[in-house]
Design a protein around this ligand. Structure first.
Ligand SMILES: *[C@@H]1O[C@H](CO)[C@@H](O)[C@H](O)[C@H]1NC(C)=O
Ligand SMILES: *[C@@H]1O[C@H](CO)[C@@H](O)[C@H](O)[C@H]1NC(C)=O
Ligand SMILES: *[C@@H]1O[C@H](CO)[C@@H](O)[C@H](O)[C@H]1NC(C)=O
Length: 256
C-alpha cells in the first residue's frame, strides 16, 4: 500500500513532466512557425556580370493578397560590415548600408505591402558573389532565408553563314566556356572554336562549323559549369540563308 506521502510525491513528479512537455511543445510550435514563413523562389541565383539580378524573398502568408502589418526587412551579406538594405517603419533606412551597395539596391514598393521583400541588385560585380540573408519581421509573421549568389558572364551568340560555313560569335562568357555543335538528331559534329580572353578575364567566343547542308537544322551549345545557352539554327534553300531562334539559357550549366 502506498502511503499518502508517496502518492503526493509521484503525482507531483508526473505533473512536472507533463508541464515540461507542454512548454517544449509550445516553444517548438512557435519556432517552427517563425522560421518557415519566409521563402525565396530561387536560393541559388546566377547573375550576369554588369546586369541586374533579383534576389527573391517574401513572407509566405495564407492569403498573398492581404497586406502585412508592421513590416521591416533587413538584407545582409556574409563577411560584410554594413548592411545591404534595410526597410523599417514604411521607409528605407540606409544609414547602415555598406558603401559597395550604395545606389545599386532597391526593394519594390508594389510588393512590400504584401510582404514581398525581393531585392533588385543593379550592375552586378564579381565581388557581389556570396551568401545573403533576408530577414522579415512583421506582426503577421517573419523569419529569414539564405540566398547564395554566384556570378557569370553570358551573351547570346549571333550566327553567320557563308560558303557552306556556319559561324557563331558571342562577345562575353565567364567562366571559360565550351562550344559544342550537333545536328538535328543530336549527333555531335566537329567544329572549330577560338576563345579570346580580355584583360578582365572575360572570354569572347568564335566558332565555325563546316561543311553545313542547306535546309538542315544545327544546334550550337555554349556553356560552362554555371550557364548553358543552346541555339538552334536552320539553313534554308537558295539563296543560302538561315533562321536563328533565340537561345535557351539554363542556369545549371553543363550539369543539366
Ligand atoms: C516579388 O516581387 C518581384 C519584383 O516585382 C516579382 O518579380 C516577384 O514575382 C514577386 N514574388 C512574389 C512571390 O510575389
Ligand atoms: C568556298 O569554298 C570552296 C571549297 O571549300 C573554295 O574553293 C572557295 O574558294 C570558297 N569561296 C570563298 C569565297 O571563300
Ligand atoms: C548533310 O548532307 C549529308 C549528305 O547528304 C548527310 O549525310 C548529312 O546527314 C547531312 N547533315 C545534316 C545535319 O543534315
Amino acid at each position: 500500500m502506498a502511503t499518502l506521502g508517496q502518492i503526493i510525491f509521484y503525482t507531483m513528479v508526473t505533473l512536472i513532466f507533463v508541464v515540461a512537455a507542454l512548454i517544449i511543445l509550445i516553444l517548438a510550435l512557435a519556432f517552427s512557425n517563425a522560421s518557415s514563413e519566409v521563402m525565396s523562389s530561387n536560393t541559388t541565383p546566377i547573375a550576369n556580370l554588369g546586369g541586374d539580378e533579383l534576389l527573391s524573398c517574401y513572407l509566405n502568408t495564407a492569403n498573398p493578397q492581404t497586406s502585412v502589418r508592421q513590416l521591416s526587412v533587413i538584407w545582409e551579406k556574409k563577411d560584410t560590415k554594413g548592411l545591404v538594405y534595410k526597410y523599417v517603419n514604411g521607409a528605407p533606412d540606409l544609414t547602415g548600408q555598406d558603401s559597395q551597395f550604395k545606389e545599386r539596391t532597391q526593394l519594390f514598393s508594389t510588393g512590400l505591402p504584401t510582404g514581398n521583400a525581393s531585392l533588385l541588385l543593379r550592375n552586378v560585380k564579381s565581388t557581389d558573389e556570396g551568401e545573403y540573408t533576408c530577414t522579415i519581421v512583421s506582426s503577421d509573421g517573419g523569419g529569414k532565408v539564405n540566398i547564395h549568389l554566384r556570378t557569370a558572364a553570358f551573351t547570346a551568340p549571333t550566327f553567320t553563314l557563308s560558303n557552306g560555313t556556319l559561324g557563331a560569335e558571342a562577345s562575353r562568357w565567364f567562366p571559360k566556356p565550351n562550344v559544342m555543335w550537333s545536328d538535328f538528331d543530336g549527333k555531335v559534329l566537329q567544329g572549330s572554336t577560338i576563345l579570346t580572353e580580355n584583360s578582365a578575364g572575360i572570354f569572347s567566343v568564335a566558332s565555325t562549323l563546316h561543311p553545313v547542308n542547306t535546309s538542315a537544322t544545327y544546334s550550337c551549345t555554349i556553356g560552362n559549369d554555371l550557364v548553358t545557352a543552346v541555339s538552334k539554327v536552320t539553313t534554308t534553300g537558295k539563296p543560302v540563308f538561315f533562321l536563328h531562334l533565340l537561345p535557351v539559357f539554363t542556369s545549371c550549366g553543363l550539369a543539366c
